[in-house]
Every structure is written in C-alpha cells, then in structure tokens.
Design a protein around this ligand. Structure first.
Ligand code: UDP
Length: 440
C-alpha cells in the first residue's frame, strides 16, 4: 500500500533482486546497493518500492523489508533464471507489468531510480509514456566491459546505445566515483547531468573484530598468513592473477601462507565454470593444500572472514566501484587491489592498502608480501582502513545525498524546467540533519 504521508518512489533493478541471497553469479554489488539504498531512504522518510524480475515461481511476489520499503517481483518472461545478456527480450513485458502494478495501486511514481542498462531501457520507455523523472546508476558500463572481451555479445550495440541515451535524457546520472564520471564523459557522452555519490557499506555490521578471536571462531590458525578473496566467480574478477601471485610467494618460501576464496557458484552456470577453472589452476600451481574455497558466505559472517585475514585482495580487471574493498577496510583489513575504476577512489595507496596493475602477477605477489612481512606497517594500515570507510562510505551518507537529489529533481519538475544547478553546490543541498530529514 502506498502511504498518504510519504513520497513514494520506485527503484528499478531488473536482474539484481534486492531480496536475493548475495554472492553468486547474478547476485552481487548491485543487489546490495539497491537494498541498502532502499532501506536507508525509507529510514529518511520516503516510501520505497524496489522492482525486480521474478526469476523463481517459489519466491513471494512482494517482500516487505521494513514498513516503508518492499521488493516487488514483476512478471517478465518465464519465472526461471535467465542470464542478464539474454534478458532484453523480456523487458517490454517488464514495463507492462510495472504499468499494470501502478494501475492496480492507483499510484504513479513521479520518480524512478534505475539500476543497470536494462532498467535504464525500461525507464526510458516509461519516460516516453508519462514524462516521469529518471535518475540512473550504471553499476557496469558496456563500453568498458566489452574492451576486455574478444567476442562481444549480440546485445552489445543496444546496450551501448541505451547507456548513451540514459546519460543524455535522465534528470541525472549517479556516478559512484570521480573515475566513473570521467569515463562517462570521455566514452559515453558530453551531454547530461552527472552527480558523484559513492556506494556505502553497513558500518554497524562491517566493523573490526579482534583478528585472533575471529580466527578462533573460524577455526583458523593464529600463525597463518591469510590472503582473502571475496566475490563472485567471474573472469573479470581476476581470481587467476591472485592464485598465480600466491604460487610465486609459496615458491619464494613464504611460510604459513593460506589463500581463502569466498564466493558462491552453481555447477552448470557460468560462475560454476569459472570456479572449476580456478580450482584447476590452484591444483596446477601446487596450492591445493593451502587453499580454502568456502562457498557463499552471508553478510552476517563476512566480518569474521575480513577481520581474520591479513590482507584482502581484489584483482579485478574492471571494477566500477567494488563494495568488497570498503567492506574489508571497514573491518580494518588492508586491501591490495587492481589500479582500476572505483578501486582507485576507495583504496588509498600506502594508507589503507596498495594499488597495482591489473593482471600483473609479480606486482600482486610483491604487494601481498609487503603487507604480510611488515607487521608494524600492516597495523597502521588496519587503523587507517576503517577510518577511511567510516568517514567516506556509509549508506546513511549515500541515502542523504540521494534524498537531496530526489527532492531537488521533484521540486524542479513542479517548477517546470528550471535550469539545472549542480545540486551539491546549490542552497538546496545544504546538509539536512538526519532527524529533520526523517520527518519529511
Ligand atoms: N558477497 C557475499 N557473499 C559472498 C561473496 C560476495 O555477500 O560469498 C557480497 C560482497 O560482500 C559484496 C558483494 O557480494 O557486498 C559484491 O559486490 P562488489 O561490488 O564487490 O562486486 P560485484 O558483485 O558488484 O561485481
């Protein structure tokens, strides 16, 4: 039910279900982002309806997360898993189901925040029909993603065209880092409005646990040198580079090295194939005895894993933002990451970790060794890492910024085509204390 006292808005996240279990092929950072943004906006006084595609007949159509925040699963194609590269043909039905839902509620959302290009396409269709206000977050950009792929999927052209159109026609696009904004300007379009609002992390959950007590709970040895990977099994995550770097360290005589790989997969899906490929490399490199594949681990237990690790490694070839980096740092774990995308924004080299060239096995090995061998420096990194996240990347801050953006956008609609002033510098953007905001 739509509340009379609250402004209702819709978040659209075609494939990434905000109510899903996180950590497998199609469930990663975008699911976390939409769910956290939704719940935190509701806590600030909005009514938030999050729309996704129903991919399993056993899933409830509506999941109520809190009194003013819910996930609504729409019919769009068969109720079964469909990889996102093959979802486009079902998006017209998604738009129809969304319109039917609005009609059934006798409520028409004045503002849509779309996530990923398929949702952007749906948003653009709805904009044509109703003049709705659109805000968009990309999560991943075709133009960068396809650089690393020899054989582009058939859908590539449509995706790239939609990503350009949404930048030019949305009320505003949210870039999650200055690096993403620069790519949007140089590779997508010079037109359109962009605001930088980063992603966040739940610092009440992701916080430091004393490493020895975390290890005890996990049954890990206090003397082990633990190198941690957390994330999906996807070739663009570069897990192979990390495995090869660990082999270099082992061959150099690094004692007590242990590689822990956290992430779920399903055997006959793409992530299952990638896990098998990684397992094979682990075996070839003679690392089977020192490598642990944990499978999917929920956010409730992940703080233990991060806190127990000496270092968290993010060897991605491309990473639009990379929630794992801020989760690890929030738990006080130094991060060694590829010098790409949002990781260049979140990881502060020599302060909270190190950045190295993607795919550079030797450079990763050297960086990991530096953190493992210099205990005094590692302790300093741990301290700075959690301060960095607490100061820069909380969901509450993200929601406050988005809240300002939505209000500004809605006010501008009512005023009819006022010139766009960059909201972060306009008077409308004076930070509002959370308590006042909550009364909205
Ligand atoms: N994740 C999880 N359990 C796992 C593996 C990953 O909960 O077993 C979560 C991780 O904590 C993070 C998200 O999946 O919140 C991954 O987000 P990120 O932005 O790092 O990568 P993406 O999946 O968007 O490429």
């Amino acid at each position: 039910m739509i509340s009379n006292n609250r402004q209702a808005i819709a978040l659209i996240s075609d494939h990434a279900d905000p109510a899903a279990v996180i950590g497998t092929e199609e469930a990663g950072g975008q699911n976390v982002y939409v769910r956290q943004v939704g719940e935190n906006l509701a806590a600030l006084g909005w009514q938030v309806d999050m729309f996704t595609r129903k991919a399993n007949p056993d899933d409830p159509t509506i999941v109520q997360h809190s009194p003013y925040c819910r996930t609504i699963r729409l019919k769009a194609g068969p109720e079964t898993f469909i990889p996102r590269d093959r979802l486009f043909e079902h998006m017209p039905e998604f738009v129809k189901s969304f319109c039917d839902f609005q009609t059934s509620q006798a409520y028409y959302y004045p503002l849509l925040h779309t996530n990923y290009w398929l949702s952007a396409w749906a948003g653009l269709q709805l904009q044509q029909k109703t003049g709705i206000q659109l805000i968009h977050t990309y999560h991943s950009l075709g133009t960068v993603k396809y650089d690393a792929i020899l054989e582009k999927p058939k859908i590539a052209q449509t995706r790239i065209a939609t990503e350009k159109k949404i930048l030019e026609q949305a009320s505003c696009v949210v870039a999650t880092s200055p690096q993403e904004k620069e790519i949007l300007r140089t590779r997508v379009s010079q037109k359109g409005h962009i605001e930088i609002i980063p992603c966040g992390t739940d610092t009440s959950n992701f916080c430091a646990i004393p490493p020895l007590s975390a290890r005890k709970k996990l049954g890990w040895h206090p003397q082990d040198k633990i190198v941690l990977y957390v994330g999906r099994f996807d070739p663009r995550k570069g897990i192979e580079t990390l495995v090869r770097a660990c082999a270099v360290l082992k061959n150099q005589g690094c004692d007590n090295l242990k590689l822990v790989i956290v992430g779920g997969s399903i055997n006959d899906r793409i992530d299952g194939q990638e896990r098998q490929r990684i397992e094979q490399i682990v075996q070839e490199m003679g690392l089977s005895e020192v490598t642990l594949f944990t499978g999917q681990v929920g956010h409730d237990l992940l703080p233990l894993y991060y806190s127990a690790a000496d270092v968290c490694v993010i060897p991605s070839h491309y990473e639009p933002f990379g929630l794992v980096a801020i989760e690890a740092m929030a738990c006080g774990t130094p991060v060694i990451a590829s010098n790409v995308g949002g990781l260049r924004f979140t990881v502060l080299p020599e302060e909270t970790g190190l950045l190295v060239s993607p795919k550079d096995v030797e450079a990763f090995a050297q960086a990991i060794e530096r953190v493992l061998l210099d205990e005094v420096w590692a302790k300093k990194l741990r301290k700075q890492a959690s301060a960095n996240v607490n100061q820069r990347f909380t969901w509450n801050n993200v929601a406050i910024k988005l809240s300002h953006l939505y209000r500004y956008t809605l006010a501008r609609t009512i005023m009819h085509e006022q010139p766009w002033n960059p909201p972060l510098t306009s008077p409308l953007w004076t930070p509002v204390p959370v308590a006042a905001e909550a009364k909205q």
